[in-house]
Design a protein around this ligand. Sequence first.
Ligand code: ZN
Length: 401
Amino acid sequence: MYEKVFSLIDSRVEQLIADTQELVRTPSINPGQFEKEVAEVFSLQLNRDGLRHEIVGPEPMRSSVLVEMSGDAEGGLLFNGHLDVVPTGDESKWTSPPFAAEVRGGRLYGRGTTDMKGAVCAFKHAMLAVRDAGVPLKKSVWLHAVADEECGGRMGTAWIADNGHLPEADMGIVGECSTYKGEIGIVRACTGIVQLKFESRGKASHAAKPHEGNNAVINMCRVMIALQDKYERDETVYDEMLPPNTISPATTIKGGVKANVIPDYCEAEVDIRVVPNMTSENVRAKIDAIIDDVRKDHPEVNVTYTMGHWDPETLVPADAPVIKEAEKAVERVMGYSPKHMKRSGTTDARFLTARGLPSPVAFGPGDVLIGKMHDVDESVGVQDLVNWSKVYAAMILSVCS
Ligand SMILES: [Zn+2]
């Protein structure tokens, strides 16, 4: 059964590449063109392939495509890949135009090849090969080709989850790139994130009479430096693959209008990466204590802050069924057991795991070293795409048939 499915995938490499090229040639920069057009192109492919699907989204330009191959029993496997891409950067620096989707030396080049239209097509070809091999499905397979991953996912995977479109799957796979030096790996943990905006209010005066004013920028700097020096990170090791939590004060800072005016206002941003057991309440308590401490010596400091959206960490334990299934599939296709890898930066997996649908952070085509995601000359290896298509097919066979 496995061999029949794999040989079908091998016989369809040209179609796999052509489908990926067609998606890459339909720009979907976010923000920019967004996903409407590429979703329609993908929908036409699915019609040709005979895969049942619907297009959903919070507004007309923000389309996600939900594909389903139903089994009789409850549960199954959910694939998730995003349709949006990041901007191209300086197009003159690309060896071939970013939306030409040129194949050179066994690699497909273009914006979105590795991040992550290649994965979307690898998922689809895995589903097609299983179906065309005549394998009866007990459980269902879903493919969500989603909007808005690159700008936070709230118009894509989060919206899908919040609007009743998340299936009752046993496990999920987010196909962000996780090939490393040619070897398939698994990223199963990453920190979460919260960002804070700080405001400092002082009093303006002539710079020649500073004692009549209250310098909002200096006050802000006192607080930022105190955060840098005194904020106590959570040192608990929750999982060896989970990066440490961090605080980065003053990633931006703005204040002052003129060299001879004491500034009465300043704002700054702080980036905090979060791990289990951190909550908005305990982070606030630490920050409030540090500001209070600064004010003991400097009562003129008047700094307040607001906390942005709290995105929790993603942490799928090494012995979770989805990790075991992923390992088994890689062993079957590649003959080795995949390494577990660290990654900074979050993916749509956080929305799935937070809703009880464990999904590795990244398990998909594209080499994290040479694939150049978000960079000029982004590319994916043709053989890498084929290997991943087989890995996904092996997962379908093991989980759903
Ligand atoms: Zn991505």
